[in-house]
Design a protein around this ligand. Structure first.
Ligand code: F6P
Length: 361
């Protein structure tokens, strides 16, 4: 191994730059590799748009959010939009990626991303590319690792938001909703909800009944608590199964999901709870931006170092993973296709129930 390349794909999150810095430093200082980065994820691999990564280029980026390599969402070279005879069509152009790697003499590719990005990483691995994956997502829903990087910073941000909502909710005796991210998995809502003393946590895995939410508001009133804090994951659904997206962009190929469920919940509660004002706050991409928290700086650094160690050992086709206290790895074949969602009887769900938090079920 002489030359390696990194790429970051999918939605960004805190810790991407920390992984890049650790991987580049380890590759150069410990193994003497030449390191490159593809810009904008797989799109850069397709366009052969790469930049050298040196100790200088990764200096000072450890705690900075975002990614110095930029990222593109939904660029999948196995199903890529290309122009053909004046029309946009989807095609498998992965061979272009493989050829570009060969042309540049890249011996191994470190792919930093979530489920979509790592699915392509697995597919490139099946095509014989030397790939190592690094698990990224604020949603914490990747299988085979205890935690993904980016998650802890996101729950710190959401917890702070809940703390801030508490004081204003109390002043006005309001019902305050905080909508957090989490399309398929409710980890952010669950953990920030416990840490931020929410009264109700609504997650995709436990469909809710609006009447149970109202019951919780009433029960608090009886105890003299005239405000209620609800944290809802963007993918939460009412029991009738309706999937909620922002009406205005419903027909878009890339609908803005954020705000849909929080606004619906606020509108529904408004009809049922006449003695309180209801307010909804959509936390959105604030959960993904800004400064990286301490936990994620360290986890990302551990992942970056381990990724390069796996390259050096020739352990391709694997994803670095946190298992208990140790950084290990698991096969990309095992990781893909099984999202880690919250089990309705998860220990944390039971803990939350024990301390009186309602899941609206
Ligand atoms: O995958 C992480 C995530 O935070 C989801 O919870 C959310 O649906 C998505 O990113 C939104 O990302 P974007 O607006 O970049 O498409």
């Amino acid at each position: 191994i002489k030359k390696i390349a990194l790429l970051t794909g999918g939605g960004d999150c805190s810790g991407l730059n920390a992984v890049i810095q650790a991987a580049v430093k380890t590759a150069i200082l410990q193994y003497g590799y030449e390191v490159y980065g593809y810009k904008f994820g797989y799109r850069g691999l397709y366009n052969n748009d790469l930049m050298p990564l040196t100790l200088e280029s990764v200096s000072g980026i450890l705690g900075r959010g975002g990614t110095i390599l930029y990222s593109s969402n939904k660029d999948n070279l196995f199903d890529y939009q290309v122009e053909e005879n004046g029309k946009m069509v989807k095609k498998d152009v992965s061979n272009v990626g493989v050829e570009n790697l060969k042309k540049e003499g890249i011996d191994a590719l470190v792919v930093i991303g979530g489920d979509g990005t790592l699915t392509s990483a697995r597919d490139f691995s099946r095509k014989g590319v030397n790939v190592i994956g690094v698990p990224k997502t604020i949603d914490n829903d990747l299988a085979c690792t205890d935690v993904t990087f980016g998650f802890n910073t996101a729950i710190d941000v959401a917890t702070e938001a809940l703390d801030r909502l508490h004081t204003t909710a109390e002043s006005h005796h309001r019902v305050m909703i905080l909508e957090v991210m989490g399309r398929n998995a409710g980890w952010i809502a669950l953990e920030s909800g416990i840490a931020g003393s929410a009264d109700v946590i609504l997650i995709p895995e436990i469909p809710y009944d609006i009447n149970k939410v109202v019951e919780k508001i009433r029960a608090r009133e009886e105890r003299g608590k005239l405000f209620t804090i609800i944290v809802v994951a963007e993918g939460a659904k009412p029991k009738d199964g309706e999937v909620v997206v922002q009406k205005i962009v419903e027909d878009s190929p890339d609908p803005i999901r954020l705000g849909g469920i929080g606004n619906k919940l606020a509108a529904d509660l408004e009809k049922l709870v006449k003695n309180h004002e209801i307010r909804n706050t959509v936390l959105g991409h604030i959960q993904r931006g800004g400064t990286t928290g301490t936990y994620d700086r360290i986890l990302s650094t551990r992942y970056g170092v381990k990724a390069v160690e796996l390259v050096a050992e020739g352990m391709f086709g694997n994803m670095v993973a946190l298992k208990g206290d140790t950084i290990g790895y698991d096969s990309l074949e095992n990781v893909i296709g099984k999202l880690k969602t919250v089990k309705p009887d998860d220990e944390l769900v039971n803990i939350a129930r024990s301390i009186g938090i309602s899941f609206g079920d």
